[in-house]
Design a protein around this ligand. Structure first.
Ligand SMILES: [Zn+2]
Ligand SMILES: [Zn+2]
Length: 288
């Protein structure tokens, strides 16, 4: 068996090439921006030889019932989908949720997290308080100072999220860069935020969370994982051990994309294991 953990391997060929490809951040069409059914995602996961996937549909806690997210229907629909598919899924299916801004609305978050038996809670910040999602904003007319202020606020909110205990996994640490740098070509030197990012990483470690290596940036204009290698090295230096991988796929064609590159990078940095969450507890499995 070598380094493979028998329980998670489905076939001889998978053992040889794709053991422990686990995608813990994926979306179905119960997300407002999802474009694939749960069945389609599972079929694709089996085709790719993934060992497990989690459905982590968007529930934006700070605008729980309103458009454009319609989060109440997403939470109920996504979990019902999981329950309907889990027994006959061709790969292991985990019950997840991408909780947006959970610490902005802790009572709503507590309500949702108590209503469903999740395996994992992915914690994200998509917007600053009272503002729209970074993905909806236009940056061409914003001054460098304005953007710097948004990023200072963002990393402070990331720290507060990590301290909140409301999530198991800190998602896409450098999310605003996907748009500010990747889509709008504005220059951002994250060295200016190194102290703040250290505080986030230390909070992740102190609170027993996992840091997500979100591979979506590899297929997008940004061209790197979120966070990138530099901050993953820093996380490791600070004592970080818990990591997860997520493609953040909203289409079947993006499922599992970049996991191999992310795993190779993590190994090079010195990580040896990844977390698979069951009932909100990290089970460490090899990287592959
Ligand atoms: Zn997200
Ligand atoms: Zn996502």
């Amino acid at each position: 068996m070598g380094v493979c953990f028998r329980f998670f391997c489905h076939s001889i060929s998978n053992r040889d090439k794709a053991c422990f490809m686990i995608d813990l951040h994926t979306h179905t069409d119960f997300s407002f921006d999802g474009h694939a059914t749960g069945e389609e995602m599972l079929t694709k996961a089996a085709e790719l030889g993934l060992e497990a996937i989690a459905f982590t549909d968007h529930v934006e806690m700070d605008c729980y019932t309103g458009p454009p997210y319609y989060s109440d229907a997403a939470a109920a629909g996504s979990f019902t989908l999981y329950e309907r598919l889990k027994e006959r899924a061709p790969v292991r299916l985990l019950a997840g949720i991408e909780a947006g801004q959970p610490h902005y609305a802790p009572e709503v978050t507590a309500f949702v997290l108590s209503a469903y038996t999740y395996d994992e809670v992915v914690g994200s910040i998509h917007n600053l308080r009272g503002m729209q999602d970074f993905s909806f904003m236009a940056y061409e007319d914003a001054s460098d100072e304005t953007i710097a202020g948004w990023l200072r606020d963002y990393f402070e909110e990331e720290r507060l999220l990590a301290e909140s205990g409301l999530a198991d996994i800190l998602a896409h640490l450098t999310y605003p860069l996907r748009y500010i740098v990747g889509d709008f070509g504005r220059q951002v030197d994250l060295a200016a935020y190194a102290g703040q990012i250290d505080a986030v990483l230390k909070a992740v470690i102190r609170n027993g969370m996992a840091l997500e290596i979100n591979t979506s940036g590899l297929r997008q204009n940004l061209g790197v994982t979120l966070p990138d290698e530099h901050f993953l090295r820093r996380y490791r230096q600070l004592g970080g051990e818990r990591i997860t991988f997520g493609s953040d796929a909203h289409y079947t064609k993006h499922l599992g994309l970049g996991l191999d590159r992310g795993i190779a990078m993590a190994k090079q940095i010195g990580f040896e294991k990844q977390c698979l969450y069951i009932r909100r507890t990290c089970t460490e499995v090899p990287l592959g």
